[in-house]
Ligand binder design. Structure first.
Ligand SMILES: NC(=O)c1ccc[n+]([C@@H]2O[C@H](COP(=O)([O-])OP(=O)(O)OC[C@H]3O[C@@H](n4cnc5c(N)ncnc54)[C@H](O)[C@@H]3O)[C@@H](O)[C@H]2O)c1
Length: 419
C-alpha cells in the first residue's frame, strides 16, 4: 500500500485489506489463500432482443466469495463499469460485511455490464430474466440471494423472483431481497441502507463531539443510498450543503432542500440545474469543507490524488470501496475518521436478512420492529469496531475487517475442510 497507487482497482484494495487482517490475526497461509479466492464464479453472456428487433450482447457475472457462515448474499449491479475483478472485490466485501454484523451469510455479488439508462423497461426486463436464467443453477434461498445495487431496484428483484419461481414451479420469495412490499418485501428495506448510513454518521458525530444541529454534510450520489442518507441527515438537523450525481453537483451554504431536490431529480433525472442551489464541479464534492462526507455512488472516488485535500472530519462510506488503499494511507496520517463501508452501509444487508427471515417464516414484521432491530444490530457492530480499534490501535477499517475475517475463519475451522 503506497500513497501513489491510485488506480489499481477494488480487488487489489480488497486483497490488501484481507492481507493486513490476516497478518494481524496470524492465520495459516492456506486459509489466507482460500479467503483471497472466490469459492465460485460464473461468467455469462446475456443476449438481448432490443425493441427495434436487433440483438445486443452483454457480459454478466455472479461471484460467490464464501459460504462458511451460510448462503451467499449480495447485490446485483447494472453498470458499464462492471467487470469480473470489480464483482470479485464486492463479493469479498460482502463476506466481511455479513460477518461484521453477525448475519448467517457468506458474500456474493453480481453484475451486468449494461447502462440501464439506455434501455426501455421492456428491454431491462428481458435482460434481467435472461441473466437470471443463466445464473439460475447457482442461486436460491439457501444458496445465494441477490438484492438491488447500483442500477437495479425492486422491480428488478420482482423479475428475478418471478423467473426463478417459474423455473422451479412454485413461488419462492426468499430467492431475492429488496422486493416490492406487495411481493413479500420487508417494510423499511428500501430505506435501510440510507437509514443505517445516517445512524452511523450520527454516532460518529457524537464520538467527535459534533452537534448534528447545524453540522454540515456533502453527499456523493443521489440514488437509493445517497438520497435517503441526505433526507435522514437533514431530518436530524444536519445542513446537507452539497449533493452530486453522475450528471452534476449542487451546493447551498444554508443547506439544500432535500425534498425539493428529490422532486427536481424525479422530473429531470438529475440533481443538475436545481434552481435552489449553486452548480459546482462534481469532482470538488469530496474535498468540500464539511463535517461529514458521505460518498454514496461508486468505488475509487477518494484516491491518492485528492486525499490530501479532503477537509471533512468524518467520512461515512455509503458506497462500497469509495476510498482507495492509497487514499487510506494518506488519511491515516490525519485525524479524519473513516467509517468503513462494511460497517457504514450494512443497514441494507441487515434488513435484507430480515426480509429473508420473514419470507422463510411467511410472516411480516412491523416497520417499527424492523427499524429497532436494524439500529440495534448496527449499534452493536459500531461498538465492536470502536472497541477493537481502541484495543489494537487500528483504524476502523482495519478493526472491522479483522473482526469480520476472524469470525469467518472461526466458522471455517469449526466446520472443517471437506473431505
Ligand atoms: N442499495 C443498497 O441497498 C446498497 C447497500 C449497500 C451498499 N450500497 C452501495 O452504495 C452505492 C450506491 O448504490 P445505490 O444503490 O444508491 O445505487 P443507485 O444506482 O441507486 O444510485 C447511484 C447514484 O450514484 C450516482 N453516480 C454514479 N456514478 C457517479 C459518479 N462518478 N459521481 C457521482 N455520482 C455518481 C448516480 O447518478 C446515482 O445518483 C454503491 O457503491 C453500492 O454498492 C448500496
Amino acid at each position: 500500500m503506497t500513497p501513489t497507487d491510485t488506480n489499481h482497482g477494488p480487488l487489489v484494495d480488497a486483497k490488501a485489506q484481507l492481507a493486513e487482517a490476516v497478518a494481524h490475526l496470524g492465520c495459516e497461509a492456506g486459509v489466507h489463500r482460500m479467503l483471497a479466492t472466490s469459492r465460485r464464479e460464473m461468467a455469462v453472456s446475456v443476449p438481448l432482443r432490443r425493441d427495434d428487433g436487433s440483438t445486443a450482447v452483454y457480459e454478466g457475472f455472479r461471484v460467490q466469495h464464501n459460504f462458511s457462515r451460510g448462503p451467499a448474499k449480495g447485490g446485483l449491479r447494472f453498470s458499464t463499469a462492471v467487470d469480473l475483478d470489480e464483482v470479485r472485490a464486492l463479493a469479498m466485501w460482502m463476506t466481511w460485511k455479513c460477518a461484521l454484523v453477525n448475519l448467517p451469510y457468506g458474500g456474493a455479488k453480481g453484475g451486468v455490464a449494461i447502462e440501464p439508462r439506455d434501455h426501455s423497461q421492456a428491454e431491462l426486463e428481458r435482460v434481467t430474466r435472461r441473466y437470471t436464467s443463466e445464473i439460475l443453477p447457482i442461486i436460491g434461498p439457501e444458496i445465494d440471494i441477490p438484492a438491488p445495487d447500483v442500477g437495479t431496484d425492486e422491480q428488478t428483484m420482482a423479475w428475478i423472483m418471478d423467473t426463478y419461481s417459474a423455473s422451479v414451479g412454485h413461488t419462492v420469495p426468499g430467492v431475492v431481497t429488496g422486493k416490492p412490499i406487495s411481493l413479500g418485501g420487508s417494510l423499511g428495506r428500501a430505506t435501510a441502507t440510507s437509514r443505517g448510513v445516517a445512524h452511523i454518521a450520527l454516532m460518529a458525530m457524537s464520538l467527535r463531539g459534533i452537534d448534528p444541529e447545524g453540522a454540515t454534510a456533502a453527499i456523493q450520489g443521489f440514488g437509493k443510498v445517497g438520497r435517503g442518507a441526505a433526507r435522514f441527515l437533514a431530518d436530524a438537523g444536519v445542513r446537507v450543503q452539497a449533493i452530486s450525481d453522475v450528471d452534476g453537483a449542487v451546493w447551498s451554504d444554508e443547506g439544500l432542500d432535500v425534498q425539493r431536490l428529490g422532486a427536481h431529480a424525479d422530473e429531470t433525472g438529475s440533481v443538475a440545474d436545481f434552481d435552489g442551489a449553486e452548480q459546482i464541479d462534481p469532482a470538488s464534492l469530496v474535498t468540500l469543507d464539511v463535517d461529514v462526507l458521505v460518498p454514496a455512488a461508486v468505488e475509487g472516488v477518494i484516491t491518492a490524488a485528492n486525499a490530501d485535500r479532503v477537509r471533512a472530519s468524518i467520512i461515512v462510506e455509503g458506497a462500497n470501496g469509495p476510498t482507495t488503499a492509497g487514499a487510506d494511507a494518506i488519511l491515516a496520517e490525519t485525524d479524519v475518521l473513516i467509517v468503513p463501508d462494511i460497517l457504514a452501509n450494512a443497514g441494507g444487508v441487515i434488513v435484507s436478512y430480515f426480509e429473508w427471515a420473514q419470507a422463510n417464516q411467511a410472516y411480516q414484521w412491523t416497520e417499527r420492529q424492523v427499524k429497532d432491530r436494524l439500529e440495534e444490530r448496527l449499534t452493536r457492530a459500531w461498538h465492536d469496531v470502536v472497541e477493537y480499534s481502541g484495543v489494537h490501535h487500528m483504524s476502523y477499517r482495519q478493526a472491522a475487517t479483522a473482526l469480520a475475517v476472524r469470525r469467518v475463519i472461526e466458522a471455517h475451522e469449526l466446520r472443517g475442510l471437506y473431505p
